[in-house]
Every structure is written in structure tokens, then in C-alpha cells.
Design a protein around this ligand. Structure first.
Ligand code: FRU
Length: 611
């Protein structure tokens, strides 16, 4: 969509009056400066959107949006000072026929109004009928979910209903850095193509809308209607509290429960994850007691009244950062009739490679208490769901078909998410994945993580095919598709090799090095020279995953998008998700081995269908 700017030109001479300055403008707005950091922007033009000019390096201005004199909402926007990086739309369509006024308080220190009037934003507002969401970012993924514009972090409140996968997410509609937390909404019928919808839950009097979960209320326990979509989220005002909302139109619009908040605590707690427990016939809720490094477990008959049953986690697992975004579900252990519960426990910082990451615990759950499994020494082991640096806030879809436990994560890291070299949007989600459990030779149960089967539909032409290769120190090279977007699959038999190397490289020698080590039986991913790395000193990194294999034989599926690489073992025994920002796409794959020959069979590179 291209913006059709229909500017109404209120030709008002600049005039000074006591206490205010009224200025001419040609963009459907009238500007009145009230002092060194207070300005009114009056909408005089006709149109569906007001475009707000943003400069990312500037501080937030507080913008009170008044409709017919009543405060409609307060948003925080990095109003442009010396240049406009981009504009973000404020939807005016609900206010047609009403007077709209923005009362803006900027935070910059100004000596005089004259100086404040020079800010770039004042001449760059415009009222338009449509907005341009055409992609402008070179690093926007071709086959991962991203917001159309603005900042995104955690996936939220996902549920499956009537053939549709609904995905909500922490969204800032007014800029590409974290702020104004709102639930953005996308949906898909195939986990590949995502349709974008208007914001689902917006900040209200209790605060902004932090992470949470949804479920289908099949038994109408809430009285909101049979099969209503019910949602719990954190209202983040001065303090954090838990709020309830519901939808009777399959998650397109939500009604906020008038009795909110439904759960309050005396200390920081967030990211309510609830589910209907069909064994105990009541709702369970897991809530991150963030600073206490534990998860609180509650029960409820109706989502409105909650009873604390237990807490889990103090002193267990990784404890460095805050505990956030839990999820709890039961799974079958592969190849057995055993069932186990898995508790996802995201934490930030304190991940294995710095910053944010997802740890999990396997154990038993009786509806009230989670009892973790221990290892041979009686200790509760720390386990990681993904061994890359860019996988966080992973949670699952409720009510997924065929007993699937499908998850998605935020593909970034709090260490540098706000600095990555994109502008129009910031952050994508990982590929959707299917979680399973397997018992390893150490007697422990681990999570497996495979790409959701729907992703096979992405495969296009085969650009490389080689049924049998012997790897030696001299690399064998293959051309990747020219846009670099591909899925690489291969079966590896390390044989006597000490090391196997897979290198993805572009024309200017930027590269990613993936190395399997036969002694340690782990696999590493080196992005130190992968392209743009110096936007944050935390970005250049080598991540390492245990492969859980014993005989040097394993198979890989590697998904390469414009700014990410996800490396899966075929059966999901390890997965690694890392962002990369090559100046030009990686177009060569080199394979080699050291200390002995290795075998690669069924090497295939598929181009992937891009939009
Ligand atoms: C995790 C998190 C959550 C919180 C949300 C706010 O990334 O900090 O705990 O609900 O982000 O955007």
C-alpha cells in the first residue's frame, strides 16, 4: 500500500499570542507551542491516520491524545529532533467527526521556545488515508513472522481454533524500540503465511499490556460463553498485576474484564500462563515471580479467583536473571508410554551465552505442585531448549490439534535487540517448532525440538543435490541460491574425523562457521565474522550445543533466512538459533573435515519460497 497523502492546508499565519504560539502548517495539523517542552498538535485535516515523525536516538516524548477534550490514550514516542528516521501511524479512524488534539511533552532541555520550535518533528506530521507498509528493511526475514512495523518482543496468548493459529505479540506500534506494550495480532492457517490484524489488546487505565496466555473455555467456566477465548495478561502500571480479557469473535477483539485485576501480589510477578487441567477440573496458572527466581502455581475454578498452591524453582537451574514467561504442559516420552510434565522457564540475563535464554525442567505435576526430576547425583539439572543466542520467551499454542505442542520464540536477545540493524521493524519470531521428549543414555529426559511439519511447504527448487561425499581437509564447495535463502539438509557420519566444518560464506568473505567436534560431541556456531557484528559488543559470539549422539552419526536441517540461521538436528535433539547480518547473502557452502575423513550423504539445498 502506498500512502495517499491528502493534505489539507490550513493557511494560518504564524502569530504570537500571550502564552502560546500558533503556527501555519501544510500537513493537516496545526501546531501551538506552549513553552520549551510542551506543544499542542491539533488535527485539522481529514484522514485515517496521523503520521508521527520518529528519531530513534531521541528520548521519548509523552503524548496525550485528547478526543473532544477527553484523554483517549497516552503514548510515548521518540519525536524527531534533528532528522526523521521514519514515521509511525496513529489511527484516527475511530475519531471521525470529533476534535483530536495531541498534548505533547518532550523531555529535551531547551533554553527557549525558539529552539524547541526547530525540532524536526513539527514540520513532519501528516494526515493520510492509507499507510505504506511496504518493506524497507534489507534484513527483514523472508519466511519468519515479523510485525509489519514497530518493535516486537515476546510471543503472547497463542491459541488454535477452527483451523487458525493465532499469534499475539508484545508490540510497540509507535516505534522500533520497546515501549507502549500492546498485543499485536497475526494469524495463519499453515504456520507459514501470516496475516496481520489490528492490535488486539491496548494499554488501559491499569497500564500497558505485558505478556500472557490464552485458552478456549470449552466448559464456559467464566460465564463469557462456551468456547470463548479467555486471556490472562499482565497489566503493567506502577506495579504489575494480572488481568483477564475474553473474546467471542475468535480472538479478533477482546473485552476487558471490568473486575480487573484478578490477581495481585506484593512483589513483581508477570506473564501468567494458564491452562485448563482436565484431570483436576480446574484452571492452573503458572506466574513468573520474576525477581525471586521462581514460578508460582495457582488454581482457579473460573479465572477470576485464584488460590496459591505452591512455588517452584528457588535455588534451582539458572538463577542469574529474572524469571519470565513460563509454560507448563504434559508430553509423552518418545517410544514409551511414560508421560512427563515440562516447565519452560525463560530467564534474562543468565543464558548460556549471555543475555536471555529458555531453560526447562522435566518432572511431575499433580495440579498443585511441580516436582522436578533429578539426575544420578540427586540434583536438578539445568537444561536449555535452544543453544543459540537468539531464542527467548518461547511458549506454546494452547488447544493445538492432534496433541501437538507447538511453540514459537522471540528471535533476539535483550542484550542487543534494540540495536540490531533494522529500522522499520525490530525482531522476528523463530520458526514454529514441535516439542517432544526423549530419554538419553544418561537416563535423563530431554526436550526435542523439530521444525513444524508445515514448513516443508516452503521448499522450492533443489539447488544442490549430492548423494554421497567424502569430506577431507580440502573443502568441497557448493553454490547456494543467490538470495542466500535456503534450507540445507544432510546426513553426517563423522567416521574417524576429529572435526567437521560447514562454512557459509558471501562474496566479501563474511562467514558463519559451524563445527562438529568428535571428542566433545558438540557442535559450535561461530558468527564472529558473519557480517555486521559491531552494533553491540555482545553480538559477536560462538555458541555451542551438545549433540546427544554417541556414534558420530546425525542429520542436520539448517534454515537460512536474510538475518538468521536455525540449525536443527533432524530429530530435534539439539537446536541453535542465531541472528546474522551479512552485508550480502551467503552464497557458498563449504564442507571439510580434519583429522580423518567423514561422510556426508543426501546433501540437499532447497531454495525457499519467499514473498
Ligand atoms: C520478557 C518480558 C516479559 C514481559 C514483557 C514486556 O521478554 O520482560 O516478562 O511481560 O517482556 O514486554
Amino acid at each position: 500500500m502506498k500512502s495517499a497523502v491528502k493534505a489539507v492546508i490550513p493557511f494560518i499565519m504564524a502569530l504570537s499570542s500571550i502564552g502560546g504560539t500558533l503556527e501555519a502548517s501544510n500537513s493537516g495539523v496545526q501546531i501551538e507551542h506552549l513553552g520549551v517542552n510542551n506543544t499542542l498538535v491539533r488535527i485539522t485535516g481529514d484522514g485515517n491516520y496521523l503520521l508521527l515523525p520518529v528519531q530513534e536516538s531521541n528520548d521519548d516524548a509523552k503524548v496525550n491524545v485528547l478526543v473532544d477534550g477527553k484523554l483517549e490514550r497516552t503514548i510515548y514516542v521518540r519525536m524527531a529532533k534533528s532528522k526523521v528516521d521514519y514515521t509511525v501511524p496513529l489511527d484516527l479512524s475511530p475519531y471521525k467527526g470529533h476534535k483530536v488534539l495531541l498534548d505533547i511533552v518532550t523531555s529535551q532541555n531547551r533554553a527557549t521556545v525558539r529552539e524547541a520550535k526547530e525540532d524536526a518533528c513539527w514540520n513532519n506530521f501528516s494526515v493520510t488515508d492509507t499507510i505504506d507498509v511496504t518493506n524497507r528493511d534489507k534484513y527483514r526475514p523472508a519466511f519468519h513472522h515479523t510485525p509489519q512495523y514497530g518493535w516486537m518482543n515476546d510471543p503472547n496468548g497463542m491459541f488454535y481454533k477452527d483451523g487458525v493459529w493465532h499469534l499475539y505479540y508484545q508490540w510497540n506500534p509507535y516505534g522500533s524500540k520497546w515501549q507502549n506494550m500492546t498485543w499485536g495480532h497475526s494469524s495463519s492457517t499453515n504456520l507459514v503465511d501470516w496475516e496481520h490484524h489490528p492490535a488486539a489488546i491496548e494499554p488501559n487505565g491499569l497500564g500497558t499490556v505485558f505478556s500472557g496466555s490464552s485458552a478456549i473455555d470449552t466448559n464456559n467456566t467464566t460465564g463469557f460463553g462456551q468456547d470463548a477465548v479467555v486471556t490472562l495478561y499482565t497489566s503493567a502500571g506502577t506495579s504489575q498485576m494480572q488481568s483477564l480479557a475474553w473474546s467471542t469473535d475468535n480472538g479478533n477483539s477482546f473485552t476487558i474484564y471490568p473486575g480487573n485485576p484478578v490477581l495481585t501480589l506484593e512483589s513483581e510477578a508477570r506473564d501468567p500462563n494458564m491452562f485448563w487441567n482436565s484431570k483436576t477440573n480446574e484452571w492452573n496458572l503458572v506466574l513468573a515471580h520474576a525477581l525471586d527466581h521462581e514460578m508460582l502455581i495457582f488454581t482457579s475454578p473460573d479465572l477470576k479467583t485464584w488460590t496459591l498452591q505452591s512455588s517452584f524453582g528457588k535455588g534451582l537451574g539458572a538463577q542469574d536473571g529474572v524469571w519470565e514467561c513460563p509454560d507448563l504442559f504434559e508430553l509423552n516420552v518418545d517410544g514409551t508410554s511414560e508421560k512427563k510434565w515440562m516447565l519452560l522457564c525463560n530467564l534474562n540475563p543468565g543464558g548460556p551465552f549471555g543475555g536471555s535464554a529458555t531453560q526447562y525442567f522435566i518432572g511431575d505435576f499433580d495440579g498443585k505442585t511441580f516436582k522436578p526430576d533429578t539426575d544420578a547425583d540427586g540434583k536438578v539439572p539445568t537444561k536449555w531448549l535452544d543453544y543459540g543466542k537468539d531464542h527467548y520467551a518461547t511458549v506454546s499454542w494452547s488447544d493445538a490439534p492432534d496433541n501437538r505442542r507447538t511453540v514459537i520464540g522471540w528471535m533476539s536477545n535483550w542484550q542487543y535487540a534494540a540495536e540490531v540493524p533494522t529500522m522499520q521493524f525490530r525482531s522476528a519470531n523463530t520458526l514454529p517448532r514441535e516439542i517432544g521428549l526423549f530419554k538419553d543414555s544418561d537416563g535423563q529426559i530431554y526436550a526435542s525440538c523439530i521444525p513444524s511439519p508445515e514448513l516443508l511447504a516452503l521448499r522450492g527448487n533443489l539447488s544442490v543435490q549430492s548423494s554421497k561425499l567424502t569430506l577431507k581437509p580440502k573443502a568441497k564447495t557448493f553454490s547456494l541460491p543467490s538470495d542466500g535463502i535456503c534450507e540445507i539438509v544432510m546426513d553426517i557420519d563423522a567416521g574417524k574425523a576429529k572435526e567437521i566444518s560447514l562454512e557459509l560464506k558471501n562474496s566479501i568473505d563474511e562467514k558463519v562457521l559451524i563445527t562438529y567436534n568428535s571428542d566433545s560431541k558438540d557442535i559450535s556456531f561461530d558468527r564472529m565474522k558473519s557480517g555486521l557484528v559491531d552494533f553491540s559488543q555482545e553480538f559477536p559470539a560462538v555458541t555451542i550445543a551438545p549433540t546427544h549422539e554417541t556414534d558420530g552419526k546425525f542429520s542436520l536441517r539448517i534454515f537460512v533466512d536474510r538475518s538468521s540461521i536455525e540449525l536443527f538436528e533432524k530429530d530435534g535433539r539439539f537446536v541453535m538459533t542465531n541472528l546474522v547480518f551479512p552485508t550480502t547473502p551467503y552464497t557458498t557452502l563449504s564442507l571439510s573435515s580434519n583429522g580423518g575423513n567423514a561422510k556426508v550423504t543426501n546433501l540437499k539445498v532447497y531454495s525457499l519460497k519467499t514473498k
